[in-house]
Each structure stands twice: as structure tokens, then as C-alpha cells.
Write a protein that binds this ligand. Structure first.
Ligand SMILES: Cc1cc2nc3c(=O)[nH]c(=O)nc-3n(C[C@H](O)[C@H](O)[C@H](O)COP(=O)(O)OP(=O)(O)OC[C@H]3O[C@@H](n4cnc5c(N)ncnc54)[C@H](O)[C@@H]3O)c2cc1C
Length: 386
């Protein structure tokens, strides 16, 4: 079994795989370019397949996550005018034994980081490349820093430097939409505990509200845009969102107004086509570095948790590193490819002129498109496949 692993990126996938390996007695060191651990998104949904993976990695962790977040029990879809299009009870807990959990990114990241010794997370390490031979891999960082390991895991996200050194397939594809998200402590008579409310307009704009528990709300908005956003000041970003959603029914304007401009995260939505090869020699990829997807089905982090569990299993139960990485790819590629493609296709439909009709249809057909797909997606459970 390998003894020393370098992981690039202390995002959700990087921390999850580090915990999994650390608990199996492997020296897993995480290298993160940021100077401090920061929430790169506002909040997110973790669903049964992701929660089952985290529970397999660190038994008991899901209970901490549940206490820090909010379990969604109701989805409401409205027109931008405020008229209700449809409502659907969420009963994932009854069907799959785990809920749909909304949680602040910072809480999730803190809970994951707390499951690792602090000395295993190295901040201010921006990876710029690596070299490998049959004995090991040497990883290079800004400032002439370097480390050696037996295995390198690129968990460095959408613009992965590890992927670029390994494959060199350039920048991700812009999907023609921009998203804005923010978390704030906020209450409004139209926003209810345990509810996710989405509003949609025929021009492809969407504005969602997510109860995150503890008095926190996340809002998440998206709009079609032929161009990626240029660097703007925080105040410009806030004005831009206010202008785009100016004639929308409450509580849209009220919540934007109540949000600190600095707390709004603006992101172009990007993905890449499925990748045929995730590993070379002693280097492999995980999470967005391997299979970035547009966020329609909220599966990016959830599938990164699945990757983390399966990679740790393969490394511990397969005799050679080559065989372990081959087995990891073999088990992960087909599943993540289906989810990547399904996300891309459904997102294109959801943002078209008839989005109100399409989204209502999707909701009626049980949240993600059709029941068979939902069951396949959410019933992933490592304790059953291990
Ligand atoms: C609008 C939006 C909403 C989303 N909602 C959901 C949701 O509800 N549910 C869900 O499951 N997913 C969601 N996602 C997707 C999810 O955010 C990602 O799939 C997930 O964060 C991927 O985790 P990761 O660890 O692979 O990458 P990241 O979380 O991006 O982490 C990568 C880490 O690597 C670091 N890094 C990058 N380059 C380097 C380098 N050169 N050297 C060292 N460190 C580096 C970064 O600083 C970062 O900490 C959403 C995405 C968007 C854009």
C-alpha cells in the first residue's frame, strides 16, 4: 500500500479524500493555493449519494452536517411575477435514508477540515506543475517550493493546474450563463424554514432562495449572457444583479438590497466534455478537476465525495498503484459521464424560453428528471457497493 500522498486543493473534494486516506493510515498532505481556508461558494445542497459517501468516509459526520444545515422538505416554483407554478414535498429521507441538506459552504468546509490534523493542510501552496518517474512524483509550487510523494491527486477544481500539466486541454467551456450567490442572515414572511423556492422567467433568468438553517438564507441567481463577466467591483456586481431582476416580485429586490455587496459571489458557469483518461502514472484527478459539470442537478460536490470514497477504497484494496488507479477510473467514469451529460442537456432546456413549463415538468417528475434516474443517482451507497 502507498504511504504518502500529496493532494492539490483544500476544496470539498480534496478535504474529503484526505480524510478518507488519513483514516486508513496513509500520510495525506493537502496543498492549497489560498492563504486561508475560504468559502469559494455561498452554500450548497448535499443529497443522499453525497451524504452516504461522507458517512462512509467519516462515520458520524453527517449528523454534524445535519445540525449545521437545514433539511429541505418543500420545493416551490414561482413565476417572476410571484404566481405559484407548482409545489412538491421532498421525501428523499423516506426513500433513500438521507435528506436533501442545504448548508453554508463555510460550515461544510470547517467540518471537513476539522476531521484532519491541522498540520496536514498547507496553505499558500499554489501548484504550478509536477514531474514523475517510477519511484515517485515531485510537485512544484510558486516560490520554488516542492514536495515529494508516491501519488499526486489533483483536486484543484475547474481550472486544475494538475490537469493542465497532465493533459493540457486548456480552459473549460463557458456555458453561456452567469451565476450570483450570497448567504446572509435574513428573514422574510415569504421565506419559510425547510423550503427551497425558485422563481423563473421566460427569458431564462432564475432566482432561488434556500433556507440554510440558523436564520441563514442563500440566494442564487442566474441569467443567460453571451459574454463572461469582466472584473467588476463588488458594488458593480450588486448593481448588475439589481438591474437584471429589477421587475421581479418580492422578496427578490428586498433580499438583494439586504446583501453586502462583498458577499456576492459572481461566477461564469462552465463545464468540460467527459474526459477519457483521468490518471497517468502516479497522478490522478478528482472532483471538478476530473469531471466539471454545470450546477443544474447540484451534483458537483456530491460526486466529488463519491470519488473520494472510491479512490481511497481502490488504493487500500488493490495490490499495485497502477491497478488501483485503473480500478478507480473504471468505477467512476461511467457514472460521472452520465451525470455530466445529463446536467449539460437539462441545463440547456431549463434556461430556454419555455423554462417555466420545463421546470414545472421536471419538478413534477421528482426533482431531477425522471424517477428511474433519480433512484440511480440518489441510491448510491458505498456501504452497499464496498
Ligand atoms: C453556482 C453553483 C452552484 C453549485 N451548487 C452545488 C450544489 O448545490 N451541490 C453540489 O454538489 N455542487 C454544487 N456546485 C458544484 C460544486 O461547487 C463543485 O463541484 C465542487 O466545489 C467541486 O469540488 P472540488 O474540490 O473538486 O473543487 P473546488 O471546490 O473548486 O476546490 C478546488 C480547490 O483547489 C484550490 N486550487 C485551485 N488551483 C490550485 C493550485 N494551482 N494549487 C493549489 N490549490 C489550488 C482552490 O483554491 C480550491 O480550494 C455548484 C457550483 C456552482 C458554480
Amino acid at each position: 500500500m502507498i504511504k504518502k500522498v500529496a493532494i492539490i486543493g483544500a476544496g470539498l473534494g480534496g478535504l474529503a479524500v484526505a480524510i478518507a486516506l488519513h483514516r486508513k493510515g496513509i500520510d495525506a498532505q493537502v496543498y492549497e493555493k489560498a492563504r486561508f481556508l475560504r468559502a469559494v461558494g455561498a452554500g450548497l445542497s448535499i443529497v443522499p449519494n453525497g451524504l452516504n459517501s461522507l458517512e462512509a468516509i467519516a462515520p458520524g459526520i453527517v449528523e454534524s452536517l445535519k445540525q449545521a444545515g437545514s433539511q429541505t422538505r418543500m420545493l416551490t416554483l414561482k413565476k417572476s411575477t410571484g404566481e405559484i407554478i407548482g409545489q412538491q414535498a421532498v421525501n428523499l429521507m423516506e426513500k433513500y435514508g438521507q435528506p436533501m441538506l442545504q448548508i453554508r459552504w463555510s460550515c461544510l468546509q470547517e467540518i471537513l477540515a476539522a476531521a484532519l490534523p491541522t498540520e496536514n493542510i498547507h496553505l499558500n501552496y499554489r501548484c504550478i506543475g509536477f514531474e514523475q518517474n517510477d519511484k515517485g512524483v515531485e510537485v512544484y509550487f510558486d516560490g520554488s517550493k516542492k514536495v515529494e510523494a508516491e501519488l499526486l491527486i489533483g483536486a484543484d477544481g475547474l481550472n486544475s493546474a494538475v490537469r493542465q500539466t497532465m493533459i493540457g486541454d486548456g480552459k473549460p467551456d463557458y456555458a453561456g450563463r452567469i451565476s450570483w450567490r450570497a448567504v446572509l442572515q435574513y428573514s422574510h414572511e415569504m421565506l419559510h424554514p425547510h423550503e427551497v423556492m425558485s422563481m423563473t422567467a421566460p427569458d431564462g433568468k432564475i432566482f432561488g432562495f434556500f433556507d440554510l438553517g440558523g436564520g441563514y438564507i442563500m440566494w442564487s441567481a442566474a441569467a443567460l449572457s453571451p459574454d463572461k463577466p469582466m472584473n467588476q467591483s463588488a458594488d458593480d456586481v450588486k448593481s448588475c444583479v439589481q438591474e437584471k431582476f429589477t421587475d421581479w416580485a418580492e422578496p427578490v429586490q428586498a433580499i438583494i438590497e439586504a446583501t453586502n455587496a462583498e458577499d456576492i459571489v459572481e461566477r461564469p458557469i462552465c463545464d468540460r466534455p467527459p474526459l477519457s483518461e483521468w490518471s497517468r502514472g502516479r497522478v490522478t484527478l478528482l472532483g471538478d478537476a476530473a469531471h466539471p459539470m454545470v450546477p443544474l442537478l447540484g451534483q458537483g460536490a456530491n460526486t466529488a465525495f463519491e470519488d473520494a470514497w472510491e479512490l481511497s477504497q481502490c488504493l487500500c484494496h488493490t495490490p499495485s498503484l497502477t491497478a488501483a488507479l485503473a480500478s478507480y477510473e473504471q468505477s467512476r467514469k461511467p457514472r460521472t459521464q452520465i451525470i455530466q451529460i445529463r446536467n449539460a442537456v437539462q441545463a440547456k432546456r431549463a434556461y430556454k424560453d419555455d423554462s417555466e413549463i420545463y421546470l414545472r415538468g421536471m419538478m413534477e417528475k421528482a426533482l431531477v428528471g425522471d424517477r428511474e434516474f433519480e433512484q440511480w443517482l440518489y441510491s448510491y451507497n458505498p456501504s452497499l457497493v464496498a
